[in-house]
Design a protein around this ligand. Structure first.
Ligand code: IPD
Ligand code: CA
Ligand code: CA
Length: 270
């Protein structure tokens, strides 16, 4: 398992993600919903979860920065000024649309980062009480069980996940990739939670996943989980993944990752 101080960061990460998850369960059936943008929802539960997470982090690590999706200031995501700054990145409810409809796939995602490094990460699925966690160099775990990505190396046998943006356009490259991969993979899924998709690549129940319209809070914890479970993470164009301008293709095996990139459209880096 992880060494100090990773151990203590991971413990805080788990406690905070669980505190967020508790809020999500408590707010079911009584939350108000508002549209932040077209088809992009936020509820009382998102806000309560973020508040619970932030309170814990600032109490234990007052010198660390905090970036939550439901930010209270209006500063948008930006690469930290200092590359050695510790930044906690939180998605207090990933899968808000699912949550609003009572569709049982949503999670809390929380990670501690420093520059491009994800030091610890947790994805907590409150409905199943499943806590996916990883610390750099310490493997990926779920409720005490070590995680390993799947053995699938060919698209024809692969179950693949994708996250599309809240309002998807008919001419989007993601949809064209969707149509292509639907024909050459075993099956495709759009579950509505990028974080859970990534947890499921880490535990081997999903073979691969891609997303281009995402934010650091959607994927920070998932990237670490997949790498620690033995999987491959790159940017959508096959180059190095950038946490602060994220788009990605991930797979349990390098061979499958290659086949996916070969089947997808050329991608222009943002
Ligand atoms: C959404 C989910 C979804 C992805 C969307 C995200 P949210 O996050 O991760 O899978 O397709 O782009 O916005 O808004 O529920 O936190
Ligand atoms: Ca999200
Ligand atoms: Ca969210």
């Amino acid at each position: 398992m992880a060494d100090e101080p990773l151990k203590s960061w991971l413990e805080t990460c788990e406690v905070a993600a669980r505190a967020g998850g508790k809020q999500l369960l408590e707010w079911r059936g009584r939350f108000r919903t508002r549209e932040k943008g077209a088809c992009d929802l936020v509820t009382d539960a998102d806000l309560a979860s973020q508040q619970a997470i932030r309170a814990l982090i600032s109490e234990r690590f007052p010198d660390h920065e905090f970036l939550g999706e439901e930010r209270t200031d209006h500063e948008f995501v930006k690469r930290p000024d200092q590359p050695d700054q510790f930044v906690w990145i939180a998605d207090p409810l990933d899968g808000t649309t699912n949550y609003v409809h009572g569709y049982p796939l949503y999670a809390v995602s929380l990670a501690l980062t420093r520059g491009q490094q994800v030091l610890v990460g947790v994805i907590y699925d409150p409905l199943r009480d499943e806590c996916y966690s990883a610390a750099q160099g310490g493997g990926a775990w779920c409720n005490g069980r070590r995680l390993k990505t799947s053995e699938t190396t060919h698209l024809a046998e692969a179950l693949i996940g994708v996250s599309l943006p809240p309002r998807v356009h008919g001419d989007s490259a993601d949809l064209r990739d969707f149509v292509e991969l639907a024909q050459v993979s075993q099956a495709l899924r759009r579950s509505g939670s990028a974080a859970l998709n990534m947890a499921h690549v880490a535990n081997g129940t999903l073979d691969a996943f891609w997303a281009t319209h995402i934010y650091p809070w959607d994927v920070a914890a998932g990237v670490l989980l997949i790498r620690e479970a033995g999987g491959v993470v790159t940017a959508r164009d096959g180059g190095e993944f950038d946490l602060w301008k994220p788009h990605l293709v991930v797979a349990g095996q390098a061979g499958l990752h290659q086949e996916m990139l070969a089947a997808m459209l050329p991608f222009e880096r943002k």
